[in-house]
Ligand binder design. Structure first.
Ligand code: HEC
Length: 97
């Protein structure tokens, strides 16, 4: 009985890691799509890629400026800022486009 409990919790553990992986992937996909739909209208995502090399880039300010140019909603702007500042490897999303 104890053995099954251990096995069961191990399976649950593995499952939670797996779902964490996929939800993060899903978030990155949404993120990439948002950039693609809202930012690549005017310039290639390479512009964002280049800026990501700059450690202290003020994404809130940059995205606000872009948002004005492109009349992007506050929701989209917030999503882009979150996406570019909290994704573990944001360059993966924009640099190989
Ligand atoms: C309406 C057109 C337009 C849209 C939409 C747009 N951009 Fe831009 N973007 C520009 C133009 C024009 C420039 C170059 C002039 C400038 O820096 O203002 C630029 C420049 C940039 C730069 C370089 C700025 C710097 O300081 O070096 C970055 C980074 C950037 N855009 C990111 C984004 C992101 C992220 C989005 C999506 C949220 C976006 N842009 C949407 C027109 C746009």
């Amino acid at each position: 009985m104890k053995k099954y409990l251990v096995l069961g919790s191990m399976a649950l553990f593995a499952l939670s890691i797996a779902s964490l992986g996929t939800s993060q992937e899903a978030a990155e996909q949404v993120c990439q799509q948002t950039l693609q739909n809202n930012c690549a209208k005017c310039h290639s995502l390479k512009k964002i890629c280049a800026k990501l090399d700059q450690k202290n880039a003020d994404w809130k300010a940059i995205v606000a400026k872009m948002g004005q140019k492109g009349k992007l909603s506050q929701e989209v702007q917030d999503a882009v800022v979150v996406c570019l500042t909290t994704t573990s490897e944001p360059k993966k999303l924009v640099c190989d486009q």
